[in-house]
Write a protein that binds this ligand. Sequence first.
Ligand SMILES: [Zn+2]
Length: 521
Amino acid sequence: MLKNVSSEAAIPEVSDIIVEGGKIVDGTGFTCYHGDVEIHNGRIAKIGDLKDVRAVQRINAFGLVVAPGFIDIHTHADEEIANHPLAQNYLQQGVTTIVGGNCGDSIYPIGEKLTALEHSGLGINFAILIGHATIRKQVMGMADRVATSEEVRQMKDLLAKAMEQGAFGMSTGLYYAPGSYSKTDEVTELARVAARYGGIYASHIRDESDYNIGLVAAVKEAIEIGEKAGIPVQISHLKALGKPVWSKSAEILDLIKAARARGVDVAFDQYPYIASGTDLAGAVVPRWAQAGGEARMKERLRALSSRDKIRAEMLASIEKRGGPDKLFIATYAPDPGLEGKHLGEIGRIKGMAPVDAAIELLFSGGADVISFNMLDEDLIRMMKSPFGMIGSDGSLVRFGESVPHPRYYGTFPRILGNYVREDGLLSLEEAIRKMTSAPANRLGLSDRGLIREGMIADLTVFNPATVKDKATFEKPHQYPEGIDYVIVNGQLAVSGGEWTGIRAGRVLYRQKAQKAESRKR
Ligand SMILES: [Zn+2]
């Protein structure tokens, strides 16, 4: 009943938008073709030669690529989306859907929070995973121990509830406290619940370096959880972090391939930068020192009995990340003047050893850090894998505030400019597939991620000759070039390269039909 009752079926409707003459890269990975795309009532109504179709608006896409809107399967936007619901730094990258709740941390309780977001009006589509650390904290705080069977039962209930409320799966952050306090069995038990609802298991694995079990064993653990729980595994921001594991990408890609060959659905996402970003405590403070939460950590840093041991382990962590001159402070609320400086420099300013400067920052509320700790060789090998997707690992930001990782502004255009056009590492069709249908399939979003008649009209129109990220580590607050039109649910969020500020986004919920189906199976 989409049509007005008074309209005659014989009179053709005037469509909303026609995107004319573009090169259609439809998201499947198959070769592009030329054609017009008609958008009406929020959906792709028709594809073909549409010269004669009347439309309210025509977009001239001659010389441009028309792709499905990009889906960012890995963000941390779920806290920030309430502050920045218009999502400009993602829309201008051509991203029309973002997934939050990653690395074990999500908003909670998600039902209420998602309803509130829906009412506030979003600029972008938003989907969420439920965080394992989030529900573990609900049940057992920051306790550094194995969960009892009663605690596991409670966590399963909370997880089931979140899945009922529309979460797309469960995420873990097994590297971070309190995720690090859990054993494989606990996570597997919980992943079984997410599997029952047709969800995925996304994991910031236990070790991306050689901090505890090592990168290779951590990838094996993720695969084991997927295999035992019968759930698709999404390894988050796959990387080989730090010298001891450099060049291990070949080995871990082989593990993923072998798991897939025996029927375990393992995939991953990555961001196109060789520097990582996290919080200072997560980067350098040993997990045992974080048990019980931030107040307890500060007590241990003060106590003579533990201070030296923590300091020694922090020193080792800083070295592992490339040394104090490779560890940059991105965000530090108490003194924004220190943002953008590395730990070595901050030590000199404060007249103390870099590690002691780090301890001082921890005492005054902590900071976000960026460290250069990866090899191009590994990044490229992973990017060539057909099982990889693109995820920014970023969040929504206020323009000009703090010094975020440039991936917040540049991830998707960087793939298209650097790795497709300049380096020729990926075909355009394959790169677009990794940003669209691959994540849509992963999430079970059956009506997004492809340019097909009947699909929801999330589209990105860009210039393949000029598309380029501009955000740098020094000056991250720069929007990319060459992303000319972005359409969210049939409405223009970026037009002629200019952001429109429209609230056309939706909260996406895991499709209930999928759950019913998987129960039948
Ligand atoms: Zn992470």
